[in-house]
Design a protein around this ligand. Structure first.
Ligand code: ZN
Length: 245
């Protein structure tokens, strides 16, 4: 029920001040918010995840997304499963560190140095974009998206991983959570069993993003011009589960 109320509240406030978000809904600049150019501790709309879900690491989510995650985790626990967060809100700066790590080869992707494997930087950007968002393009900026349990693909093939995924597929939507990058899409990142979006906020935010964020709103990072030559909005922003559009 809380999910429906949250959705109606956001939709109502948003339509009153479309296409941006109102200051009282989000007390910072819309472009800064959607591209991750802010810190969550500057607004009461974000809260820190409880230690039992974050494993004592500092992680932030929009308050409604956090409340629903706590309820979902408690429900899973009753069914004998553990749901924890391995990544939540990521700033532009954090996403740039991850992206540029792959781009320069200092960070390995699936054990590989992509800077050595793909000497053509445009080809390298396309390779990174199979698995990782460029800064400014990530749903993790919004505080609505979360990576659960493990970003290691092998975990999701274990008996535990399969049970958790089956539980999420069956129950997550009851808590407003939708898998952002399921199998069967024709655009964007490969299948990510771990990545879930809090739909009541994420769906309207995607609409706003697509109406206000263009090339000039995306900050600087290595390979930026090559990423922006791709159909980045269609593939890497809108290339999500149809239920999130
Ligand atoms: Zn993710």
């Amino acid at each position: 029920m809380a999910v429906l109320v949250g959705c109606a509240t956001l939709a109502g406030q948003q339509s009153a001040a479309a296409p941006g978000l109102t200051a009282n809904l989000f007390p910072i600049d819309t472009v800064a918010y959607l591209t991750g150019q802010f810190h969550p501790d500057t607004t009461t709309d974000f809260v820190r995840l409880p230690a039992d879900i974050s494993g004592e690491r500092t992680m932030w989510l929009r308050k409604a997304a956090n409340d629903s995650l706590m309820a979902m985790s408690a429900a899973a626990r009753k069914d004998g499963l553990q749901i924890t967060a391995v990544s939540a809100t990521r700033s532009f700066r954090r996403q740039r560190l991850i992206w540029e790590g792959y781009f320069t080869g200092s960070r390995k992707m699936n054990g590989e140095n992509l800077a050595l494997k793909y000497t053509d930087p445009a080809e390298r950007c396309r390779a990174i974009l199979q698995y990782s968002a460029a800064p400014g393009l990530s749903r993790h900026h919004w505080g609505t998206d979360i990576d659960l349990n493990s970003v290691n693909r092998r975990y999701w093939d274990t008996a535990e991983g399969l049970r958790v995924l089956a539980w999420l597929n069956r129950h997550a939507a009851e808590f407003g959570y939708i898998q952002a990058y399921p199998e069967g899409r024709t655009e964007g990142y490969v299948f990510e069993p771990w990545h879930w979006s809090y739909r009541p906020l994420a769906k309207p935010l995607l609409t706003v993003y697509l109406s206000v964020i263009g090339e000039s709103e995306i900050g600087a990072f290595a390979g930026r011009e090559m990423v922006l030559q791709l159909p980045w909005r269609r593939s890497f922003v809108a290339g999500v589960n149809e239920r999130l559009k």
